[in-house]
Design a binder for this molecule. Structure first.
Ligand code: NAD
Length: 358
């Protein structure tokens, strides 16, 4: 069966990483048809939008895509392509596997966790009231009527967490655990302090867990989880979190497995799924054939699994792991020192993975 996939090269180092990833995905033998579409600063300069309608329509049509990173210039009216994609397609679950591959320098070689982050609610919902504005004053007056006094010189961000949003993200975590042979889901929260938002998340998670008795369930307070992740990472498996904690713990996980160059991700919704690396467009290395394509290639592994191509996904992951383990044909960031002259480029790393695939 041929899978049609929206292919977004992105900008900065994105196109080099995306091309390397396309080559290794094709080398698995899975029949893939690429519907290539633009996004990011390059198309913005040509067409005045970083995310043309045709790109969104393509993702809607194909329901699956892989994307190189895209730059979000600071201080312009430019909206993040990733935020637009998440909002337009309701990509509510961000899946970030954090696995330490042998050969990558890390203090936490036992790490093999999967972060499942809620993507749409929480303090990131964008419900904000700027200090000194009329809306801020109205909100504070309403709160005062309810007996809650907020200082006049406060900026206010609202943290909505719903049963609907919590239920579907925890279900997504259990689904992922089952589909990938994982045995435990941990829900992280601060329900002891935020009883009506994190508390609701925890109650909902417990209820969802009852529907999945074959998977172990536990919960952790978020600060304790962070402490334990760096002291006993081997005790964790799939971790499901509301948006803000999920964002922070995802980067903690990326650090534990050796950095941004090796951290993959996928944003999944009911209408579509988009796979991309955790890192950004690293624009200072643009066009240098230098940066590490592992994160995007591993995002491609996630995409193959999403498409039901599990055998090819395992072969590709094993080939990437073998190249990293040998440590010869790897990019500068995976060498003992960053100036190591034996480091290869993005494209040669892809050649080595294709060779390892046989
Ligand atoms: P970045 O991730 O692009 O780069 C930070 C540093 O990490 C780089 O200088 C480099 O040293 C290292 N790095 C990143 N990717 C690497 C790789 N594949 N191999 C080796 N080293 C790598 O972060 P930034 O500089 O903060 O952001 C640059 C741009 O990317 C910004 O405009 C930001 O908004 C955007 N961004 C996009 C995405 C996305 O498209 N998903 C995600 C994060 C940031």
């Amino acid at each position: 069966m041929t899978h049609t996939v929206t292919f977004i090269p992105g900008d900065g180092t994105g196109p080099e990483l995306a091309e390397a990833t396309r080559r290794v995905l094709e080398a698995t033998g899975v029949e893939l048809e690429w519907d290539e579409q633009p996004a990011g600063v390059d198309v913005y300069e040509e067409e005045g939008t970083p995310f043309p309608d045709r790109t969104l329509e393509s993702v809607r049509r194909n329901r699956v895509g892989i994307k190189g990173p895209t730059t979000t210039p600071v201080g312009s009216g430019f909206r993040s392509v990733n935020v637009l994609l998440r909002k337009e397609l309701d990509l509510y679950a961000c899946i970030r596997p954090c696995k330490a591959y042998e050969g990558v320098r890390t203090r936490y070689p036992e790490t093999d966790i999967v972060i499942v982050r809620e993507n749409t609610e929480d303090l990131y919902a964008g419900i904000e009231f700027e200090v000194g504005t009329a809306d801020n004053a109205t909100l504070r007056a309403t709160l005062a009527d309810l007996g809650q006094v907020v200082r006049e010189d406060s900026g206010i961000s609202i943290k909505p967490i719903s049963v609907f949003g919590s239920e579907r993200i925890v279900e997504a975590a259990f689904d992922y655990a089952k589909a990938n042979g994982r045995s435990k889901v941990t829900a992280a929260h601060k329900a002891n302090i935020m009883k009506f938002s994190d508390g609701l998340f925890l109650d909902t998670a417990r209820r969802v867990a009852e529907r999945h008795p074959e998977i172990e369930f536990e919960d952790r307070i978020i600060d304790n989880l962070c402490n334990q992740l760096v002291s006993r990472p081997e005790e964790y498996d799939v971790i499901v979190l509301p948006n803000l904690y999920g964002d922070i713990v995802s980067d903690l996980g990326a650090g534990m497995i050796g950095g941004l160059g090796v951290a993959p991700g996928g944003n999944i919704g009911t209408e579509a799924a988009m796979f991309e690396a955790t890192h950004g467009s690293a624009p200072k290395y643009k066009g240098q054939n230098k940066v590490n394509p592992t994160a995007l290639m591993l995002s491609g592994v996630l995409m193959l699994k999403h498409l039901g191509e599990n055998e090819a996904a395992d072969r590709l992951e094993n080939a990437i792991a073998a190249v990293i383990r040998r440590g010869e044909k790897v990019t500068y960031d995976l060498k003992p020192t960053r100036e190591d002259p034996s480091a290869v480029g993005t494209s040669e790393f892809a050649d080595a993975v294709i060779e390892a695939l046989g």
